[in-house]
Design a binder for this molecule. Structure first.
Ligand code: ADP
Length: 260
């Protein structure tokens, strides 16, 4: 499970990096080609520099085609949303969780089947949840209880600000542990990419950053509460499909801006 998790975290990071670089690089190439076109127009017909300019333009266009391929790769990393039941999703992961947590940890699942459906990429939510469960396990080397629960919550105007969420109906998917918890400094940095306290070969520091990114993409939020020596509660707030707070239908990733 850890290997699969590392792999998915790395692909996510590579996808983001690739998309960002390809996008910026494409903009630079557009500027290069534009300038070359101008110079070309100013040269008299038959000028011996024309061939050089044409070579440069051709190379820049090839570079542009390459960035299109990189953008296509990055887009494959994007979400593929479908209507899903959180209870069914958690249920389907039960044996993986048991296996991941080992004999010293008791898994307590409480996800009512009556929750409203959410519109998510189930693979991504599964990976996010696995990340949270692995973190819970790693915080409890001597065992304890990991509680995975889901509740449907209406966020009212009065609650919205303190939760940093928009008003509307959400499914709050929660992973609660009784582990060592985090001090304020660790908690503040926990969702930073590559921030880890687990040491070489044990953590990538990409887990919570991935969960945080997913929550934002869904129009929800990753909420972390922790007390040193007592435990941590990670809550993934996902807007209910059709609830007022649903994310915009087509969130335009930055990487798509230079598609044409
Ligand atoms: P990784 O698990 O690879 O270190 P994460 O982004 O998932 O990366 O977590 C970053 C850091 O946040 C961890 O190294 C740890 O210090 C802290 N952390 C995350 N979850 C928990 C938890 N449930 N209990 C205590 N600390 C946690």
């Amino acid at each position: 499970a850890r290997e699969a998790l590392f792999q998915s975290q790395k692909m996510e990071a590579i996808g983001q990096l690739t998309g960002g670089v390809a996008h910026d690089f494409n903009n630079l190439l557009t500027a290069v080609i534009g300038s070359l076109e101008l110079v070309r127009k100013r040269l008299p017909a038959g000028d011996r520099n024309l061939a050089l300019i044409d070579n440069a333009m051709q190379a820049a266009r090839r570079g542009g085609a390459l960035t299109q391929r990189m953008l296509a790769f990055a887009r494959r990393q994007q979400l593929d949303p479908e209507l899903a039941s959180v209870a069914a999703l958690v249920d389907g992961m039960k044996s993986l969780f048991d296996h991941t947590l080992g004999p010293a940890i008791v898994l307590d699942i409480d996800c009512p089947a009556t929750l409203s459906p959410v519109r998510v990429d189930t693979n991504q939510v599964e990976m996010a949840l696995l990340n949270l469960v692995v973190n819970a396990r790693d915080a409890m080397p001597r065992g304890g209880v990991v509680a995975v629960s889901a509740r449907e919550i209406v966020v009212t105007a009065a609650m919205a600000a303190s939760l940093s969420l928009g008003e509307g109906r959400y499914v709050r998917l929660q992973v609660k542990d009784q582990g060592h918890g985090m001090d304020a400094a660790t908690l503040a940095r926990a969702t930073e990419p590559f921030f880890t306290t687990k040491g070489v070969g044990k953590g990538t520091g990409l887990g919570l950053s991935m969960v945080h990114g997913l929550a934002e993409q869904l129009g929800g939020r990753l909420q972390l509460e922790s007390r040193e020596g007592q435990g941590t509660t990670a809550s993934l707030w996902i807007p209910v499909a059709g609830g007022e707070a649903e994310a915009p239908a087509a969130p335009v990733p930055a990487t798509d801006a230079a598609r044409s």
